[in-house]
Design a protein around this ligand. Sequence first.
Ligand SMILES: *[C@@H]1O[C@H](CO)[C@@H](O)[C@H](O)[C@H]1NC(C)=O
Ligand SMILES: *[C@@H]1O[C@H](CO)[C@@H](O)[C@H](O)[C@H]1NC(C)=O
Length: 349
Amino acid sequence: MKLRILCLALVLLAVEANAAKPAKNTTIPSLIVFGDSIMDTGNNNNLPTMLKCNFPPYGKDYPGGLATGRFSDGRVPSDLIAEKLGLAKTLPAYMNKNLKPEDLLKGITFASGGTGYDPLTAKIMKVISVWDQLTYFKQYIATIKKHFGEEKAQNILDNSFFVVVSSSNDLAHTYLAQSFSYSRTSYANFLADSAVKFVRELHKLGAKKIGVFSAVPVGCVPLQRTVFGGIFTRGCNQPLNNMAKQFNARLSPALDALDKELDGVILYIDVYDTLYDMIQHPKKYGFEVADRGCCGTGALSISYMCNSLHPFTCSNSSSYIFWDSYHPTERAYQVIVDSLLEKYLSKLV
Ligand SMILES: *[C@@H]1O[C@H](CO)[C@@H](O)[C@H](O)[C@H]1NC(C)=O
Ligand SMILES: *[C@@H]1O[C@H](CO)[C@@H](O)[C@H](O)[C@H]1NC(C)=O
């Protein structure tokens, strides 16, 4: 209901903006996404990496129960945001070889599970770095130009919503390999500066409406609780959460400054507080379980450890915040996306 009212408000806003500035286009023609497993809809499927999940029980709640390579029981935020924007129910993965040119028009995700802002992250995991995702984006725009013309490509650049989601893998995994070169604070700062550099590059390539997700409370994912949270308490890994907060504290004002400097809209999208509150108060959001994943043992399993031979997948993933020991369920993602779009979508048009 709320969303409908929001949409109506957006339409009215759009009409008003149009009246004032007739040249500006206020419809969002497509959604273009960069980042990691939170946004990957199958880009890792054909890569020589261990980090893939195109097998059951992944996809258990996806239409047809298909394991598409999404790191969840169902759809992921790139799909859910595309749906909120009225574009499509699912967002295609750029690496899908069966895509036809028309399939590119409503948007695309270049995101690759396991990647990060630190180039070392993608190298260790043998996945696509966010920097290489920019190269694929150039290729994508060239394809749009070739098949649909300059004007269409320009409209996509000017008016699409560009979303960037990364940092969890850098913070949770790569830092351990980088801790001789960086303190926790300096590594978090290095990542935030990399995110800003990424936005500048993307803007140089023509993107105008860019939203960057904050880091999440990655110290509270079931895997971190199991390894670092104490055998009996399984609490959140606080030093890791603090690094995530440090990243956010540096990123947020830097993006505000960039928003003033560059033409277009640059948004810092806070997801930390919403997810943290969900994990601390799962019942408030209609969840039963916040400290274990639904699939595998729920404590350590991810990717290949979470497979159809494992007997313990929960029956109702909607009552869990986490699907595996690292990734949220579709329902948890839906709660987050709903809360975000109320806050941020009106700023795009
Ligand atoms: C505005 O967007 C519509 C729909 O994507 C497109 O057909 C039209 O050419 C765009 N107009 C301008 C001025 O960009
Ligand atoms: C699954 O869990 C959700 C959230 O707790 C609940 O609303 C729903 O009724 C449950 N479904 C079944 C079939 O038990």
